[in-house]
Write a protein that binds this ligand. Structure first.
Ligand SMILES: [Zn+2]
Length: 323
């Protein structure tokens, strides 16, 4: 890549529980080159930082460019991120990250400043900046997969809260007596509306004796049931699977209604693995969200699928640099 072209690019990194992705991203949010490595199974944050550095070097080498040619380095990380201090407080699927000053550890390796944020918040930033071209000022982004995360664009900028940890929408309480959540509390949105919640609710019903083709599909081992499994059975007309997806859609909608009431967004974007189920989930969820929202009576809200899928946190890391 010529020097003037690479200068317009930044290095974006997405630090996830299973993989570390790195990419050169241009100012329009287009990925020029990308690389990825599995997240090292380690309890040592320095090994994670080294792995990020290595995959980044490979991406740069493919473009014959160096750190000094870049407009900046942005990192999105899973977990609770204090973006003000550049610290990952806790990340359930990356045990090495606990009160880890990841931003400064990486800045030291790269020899240049690094920006750090939460993956779902940065996904919201990417969807707004590169997807909606900042055409609206108030957007809620929600990602529904194994867990539920989110990001808030309020008044034309990313809402970060007092220490940069805002947007943990998955842990708003929907049912005070509800099921246990991985966060250690009960009845969180994530414990009712995520892919894991869909799977565990379905497994419990099959274990309790409900009839379903899923019993044969899983060979009697209900631990094999995941969201994809339920979606497959629903597509083949299985009544229990369809009921379980309808229940999940209902809970997704209830959470969205709360967010619409609080933030009065003009656009709500839903991403994450569970959206692959498609209209049988998103349609009913949007209907429940509108019916249960006090604010939606007064103000139109556009509820739709997000644009960038799995790339959103990576592109958000780039958007953070450009901000
Ligand atoms: Zn929770």
């Amino acid at each position: 890549m010529k020097r003037d072209e690479s200068r317009a690019c930044c290095l974006a990194i997405d630090m996830g529980g299973t993989k570390i992705a790195a990419a050169l991203v241009d100012s329009d949010g287009r990925v020029r080159t990308r690389g990825r490595v599995p997240t090292p199974e380690t309890l040592d944050a320095r090994e994670l930082a080294d792995a990020i550095h290595e995959v980044s070097l490979k991406v740069l080498a493919e473009n014959a460019t160096s750190y000094s040619d870049l407009s900046g380095v942005g990192v999105s990380s899973a977990g609770i991120v204090n973006s003000r201090d550049g610290v990952v407080n806790f990340s359930p699927n990356i045990p090495a990250l606990r009160n880890t000053p990841l931003r400064d550890m990486l800045a030291e390796r790269f020899g240049m400043p690094v920006c750090l944020g939460n993956d779902a918040s940065l996904a919201a930033l990417a969807e707004w900046q590169f997807g909606l071209n900042r055409s609206v000022d108030n957007v809620i982004y929600v990602t529904v997969s194994t867990g539920i995360g989110g990001g808030i664009i309020a008044g034309g900028k990313l809402y970060e809260g007092s220490c940069g940890a805002a947007g943990e929408v998955g842990h708003m309480v929907i049912d005070v007596n509800g099921p246990a959540c991985p966060c250690g509390r009960n009845g969180c949105w994530e414990a009712l509306a995520s892919g894991s919640a869909l799977a565990s609710r379905t497994a419990a019903r099959i274990a309790a004796g409900d009839s379903s083709m899923m019993r044969e599909l899983c060979g009697g081992d209900v631990d094999r049931i995941d969201a994809q499994f339920v979606a497959l059975a629903a597509g083949q007309g299985d009544a229990l699977a369809q009921e379980m997806i309808a229940t999940t859609a209902y809970y997704v909608g209830v959470g969205l209604a709360n967010l619409i009431n609080i933030f009065n967004p003009s656009v709500v974007l839903i991403g994450g693995g569970l959206t692959k189920i498609g209209d049988s989930l998103l349609g009913p969820a949007a209907k429940v969200a509108r019916e249960r929202s006090y604010v939606a009576d007064a103000c139109e809200v556009d509820i739709r699928q997000s644009l960038f899928g799995d790339d959103a946190p990576l592109l958000g890391a780039a958007a953070l640099v450009m901000r």
